[in-house]
Design a protein. Structure first.
Length: 201
């Protein structure tokens, strides 16, 4: 049993290094995100420092994985993606990216008749891009009140007061790309207007 534990702990260092390189972040970036010094992180990756719970918890959180995944052997030959949905204020959010920093991708589902019926506008740092998969999405963005149908997209600076919810009797499913201020998706969606352009007679 002790041998198994030692082997598992010995494998943590190389796994931490592989995770960090896969996510293309530096030891300095990881230090800032976790509060663990660069020297300690380096010693963990090299195996010179024995991992403990106090060190592994923030690392697992930043990398978006569980402690079991960090300490246990990764599954081999299993193509399945194990997504962990989170429900908050009547909205289910499934993270699609598992790396620290950069643009983050999510799938969101808002059921019809969810608590998000009345607009409660929020602001925060960042930039967001939305794409509707199914249902109809109502977006209140500053003074604008828009409804997006499947296949339509919107993008906006999240410092502008905003809110979104489901319209109609069906849930709405949409994709969200979110980045910190200054980070934008490479794809630029055309602006969506509330009223369609008039056709010439």
């Amino acid at each position: 049993m002790d041998d198994d534990l030692d082997q598992a702990l010995d494998a943590v260092g190389p796994r931490l290094r592989a995770l960090r390189r896969q996510r293309e972040i530096t030891l300095a970036d990881l230090s800032t995100a976790t509060g663990i010094s660069v020297s300690t992180l380096s010693r963990l990756e090299s195996g010179a420092r024995r991992p403990n719970l106090e060190l592994l918890l923030p690392l697992a959180r930043v990398h978006g994985i569980t402690l079991d995944e960090l300490v246990g052997a990764p599954p081999t030959g299993d193509p399945r993606i194990h997504l962990r949905p989170v429900t908050h204020h009547g909205m289910t959010m499934v993270p699609l990216t598992r790396r620290a920093g950069g643009i983050q991708a999510y799938k969101l589902v808002i059921p019809a008749g969810s608590p998000r019926r009345e607009p409660d506008l929020k602001t925060h740092e960042g930039y967001e891009w939305l794409y509707v998969l199914n249902g109809r999405l109502r977006i209140v963005l500053g003074e604008q009140d828009l409804v997006l149908a499947p296949g339509e997209a919107a993008e906006f600076d999240t410092r502008v007061p905003h809110w979104f919810g489901a319209i109609g009797t069906e849930p709405v499913e949409f994709l969200s790309l979110f980045g910190r201020q200054g980070e934008r998706a490479h794809l630029r969606a055309r602006s969506t207007t509330k009223h369609p352009p008039e056709r010439p007679d």
